[in-house]
Every structure is written in structure tokens, then in C-alpha cells.
Design a protein around this ligand. Structure first.
Ligand code: KG4
Ligand code: ZN
Length: 354
């Protein structure tokens, strides 16, 4: 069975993966740069690029080795073209172009957000009972850079139903965590400490919850947490207080994401709801959305944790779907700046908000 090699370097994870044309994941290697950026409290673009340069070839080699595959077993190379940090993207793109040229393989450029939108089409070997995403479905993609709701009718046929007007949900998690002195990445830290906290302890605002449209706004939450901390005074936060603030802020984000996703599913009359992107790893969001979907009698598809945060399996997956349609990218037309010109996944339409 021929395979697709996927390469992902849009932010702070150097990733490579081998996926069979049938959608079976043979390997999924992620070299995380979290320890590199943690001391700065966020991603430092130049450090990300340098670390991608150092890691990319060993990561690609490991992806092939752990898939027990040689270059002749590949049908094509898929790579994230954007959106992302330009210097970081450039490393993956140049590597993919060089390898494609050297091994005479076709190249497939993939949009990072589109890869998140379709990641749940991969099967979940650890949870075979979890269905795979099958269009038409509504996808909630919540990550560090993006938060939007999509209707997915087919590969390449997406409609944006709503999106954030300011910060992404992941950014809100990260900034709130930073204000409390929790380590980067903040979403993961809040997820952990919130387990001991009371989600109803503080009534933080639910931005745009009452609005008739499916758009989001998370900047007000950041301000509310900052004001709360400022009013409280400068003495150190106790672990109980940290847990309560984290649980309350998390609940404010989860409430809005769940409510708007359910509203989108109702409005679109779809039978499946898909949760993906880095924030989709959040335990409370997974729990709450699953419960609401059960009440609404729509099937929930929780993207497996390893395909939620940035990874190359989702890139190889989209690559195999384009491969099956004979859609390739000319190496001459592929550069890291192209995403600035294109700006959004191919086939994306924006539906006007009411
Ligand atoms: O998809 P992703 O890995 O990268 C982007 O494309 O942005 O998402 C990263 C974001 C970060 O903001 C991180 O804090 C958040 O996902 N995140 C989480 C969790 N794990 C990662 N947020 C909430 N709960 C988590 N468990
Ligand atoms: Zn991402």
C-alpha cells in the first residue's frame, strides 16, 4: 500500500507522518519545542525556525523508519503551506520541495486550518468505537491562531458559518494562564489546574453568547480576568484561587464554544459535529460538547488527542484526499508567502451572518 508523507512546521512543532492512501496512520512523529519557548511565555518565531532546521530531517527519517517504509513506498509528499509563522513554514516547504525533487515525488500543498477541519477523517485506532468524520458535518476548529465554525460538505467544499472577531480561543487560554503565572502552553496548564477548581466561582463574561450570529469574541474575557486580578491586590494567589479562576475562565470559553456549535448543527441540519484544533484537547470542552450532542441526538466526533494539537498526520491525511483526486502542486508555485496571497483554504465560502 503506497503512502503519503506529511510535513508540518507552521508554528512550534516539527512534525512528520506517514499515512496510507486508505487513511491508516503508519507513523506520527512530533518534536515539540515547548521547552524552548516556555521560558519566554510564548512562541519566539526566530527560535522556532532555527529549531525546525535542526529537527526536520531527523523527524522525517523517524517517521519513515517507524512506518517501516523506504522512499520507494511513497506516492507523494504533502506539506503545510500556511497559515503560520513565515520562517517556520519555509523550513517545511523547502524540505518538502527538495525531497520531492530528489525522489521524483509529486508535491501537495496543504492549508493548516483545512487540515484541522478534516483531521477527524482519520480513524482512531485507540478508540475504534469513535466514528470518523463523514461529510456533511459541522466542524468547530479552536486552536491558538484560529477559532471558527465550518460546514463541511466535501473535501474542498467548506462554508465558514462564524469566526472569532478578535482572539482565538487558544490565545485566550494562553493569555489568561500567563496572567496567573501558569506555564506555556497555557491551555494545557488551565486544563490541568481547573480540575481542582469550581467553574461557577467567578462569573466571567461569555462574549457574543447572546448574538444571533455564530461569531465569537474572547478579548473581553482576557480583560475581565486582568481586572479581577488587579482588583484582588498583589499578594500571591493560593492554589485554590488559581484553580477557581482557571476553572471559571475555562467554563466561560467552553460555554460559548458549545452553545454556538450546537446552534450551528441545528441550523445546518447535519448529523455529525466534529471538534478539532489544539483547544479540542480540552477535557471539559470534550465532556460538555459530548453531553450536549447526546441531548440533541447528533453524533459527536472528538478528534483523537494526537491529531488535535499540531501534527503531520492531519497534513498527510488531507494530502491523500487530494492525491486521490489527482490534485498536485507545482513546486515552482509553492512558496511560504503564497498563503499571504491566498489567505484561506481552497473552496472556502463565507456565509453572511444574520
Ligand atoms: O492547533 P494548535 O496546536 O496550534 C495552532 O494551530 O494554533 O493549538 C494550540 C493551542 C494553544 O493555544 C494551546 O494553549 C491550546 O491549543 N491547547 C489547549 C489544550 N491543549 C492545547 N487549550 C485548552 N485545553 C487543552 N488541553
Ligand atoms: Zn494548528
Amino acid at each position: 500500500m503506497k503512502c503519503i508523507l506529511g510535513i508540518e512546521t507552521s508554528c512550534d512543532e516539527t512534525a512528520a507522518s506517514v499515512v496510507e492512501l486508505t487513511g491508516t496512520v503508519r507513523s506520527n512523529v512530533v518534536a515539540t519545542q515547548i521547552p524552548v519557548h516556555a521560558r519566554y511565555g510564548g512562541v519566539v518565531p526566530e527560535l522556532a525556525s532555527r529549531n525546525h532546521v535542526m529537527s526536520i530531517l531527523p523527524v522525517v527519517r523517524e517517521a519513515l523508519n517507524s512506518a517501516y517504509l523506504s522512499w520507494s513506498g511513497l506516492a507523494a509528499i504533502a506539506v503545510t503551506q500556511g497559515p503560520g509563522l513565515i520562517g517556520a513554514l519555509l523550513v517545511g516547504i523547502q524540505t518538502a520541495k527538495s525531497l520531492a525533487y530528489a525522489f521524483k515525488l509529486p508535491l501537495i500543498a496543504v492549508d493548516h486550518v483545512e487540515a484541522h477541519v478534516t483531521a477527524a477523517m482519520l480513524s482512531n485506532p485507540k478508540h475504534p468505537e469513535m466514528p470518523t468524520a463523514t461529510p456533511p458535518y459541522v466542524a468547530m476548529v479552536a486552536s491558538g491562531g484560529h477559532t471558527a465554525l465550518y460546514r463541511v460538505d466535501a473535501i474542498g467544499n467548506y462554508t465558514v458559518l462564524g469566526h472569532t472577531l478578535d482572539d482565538a480561543a487558544g490565545e485566550a487560554f494562553d493569555k489568561v494562564a500567563k496572567m496567573m503565572g501558569l506555564p506555556y502552553p497555557g491551555g494545557l496548564a488551565i486544563d490541568r489546574v481547573s480540575r481542582e477548581g469550581n467553574p461557577a466561582a467567578i462569573a466571567f463574561p461569555r462574549g457574543m453568547m447572546g448574538a444571533a450570529n455564530l461569531d465569537f469574541s474572547f478579548s473581553g474575557l482576557k480583560t475581565a480576568v486582568r481586572n479581577y486580578l488587579a482588583n484582588r491586590g498583589s499578594f500571591p494567589l493560593s492554589s485554590i484561587e488559581i484553580a477557581d479562576i482557571a476553572a471559571s475562565a475555562q467554563e466561560a470559553i467552553v460555554d460559548v464554544l458549545v452553545e454556538k456549535t450546537i446552534r450551528a448543527a441545528r441550523g445546518e441540519h447535519v448529523r455529525q459535529v466534529v471538534l478539532s484544533g489544539g483547544v479540542a484537547a480540552n477535557h471539559r470542552l470534550r465532556e460538555r460538547l459530548s453531553r450536549r450532542c447526546e441531548e440533541e441526538q447528533v453524533q459527536v466526533v472528538l478528534t483523537p488527542l494526537e491529531y488535535c494539537t499540531d501534527n503531520a498526520a492531519m497534513v498527510a491525511n488531507l494530502g491523500r484526499l487530494f492525491y486521490s483526486r489527482g490534485e498536485f502542486t507545482s513546486p515552482d508555485a509553492l512558496d511560504a508567502y503564497a498563503n499571504l496571497r491566498i489567505g484561506s483554504p481552497r473552496g472556502i465560502r463565507v456565509r453572511e451572518s444574520p
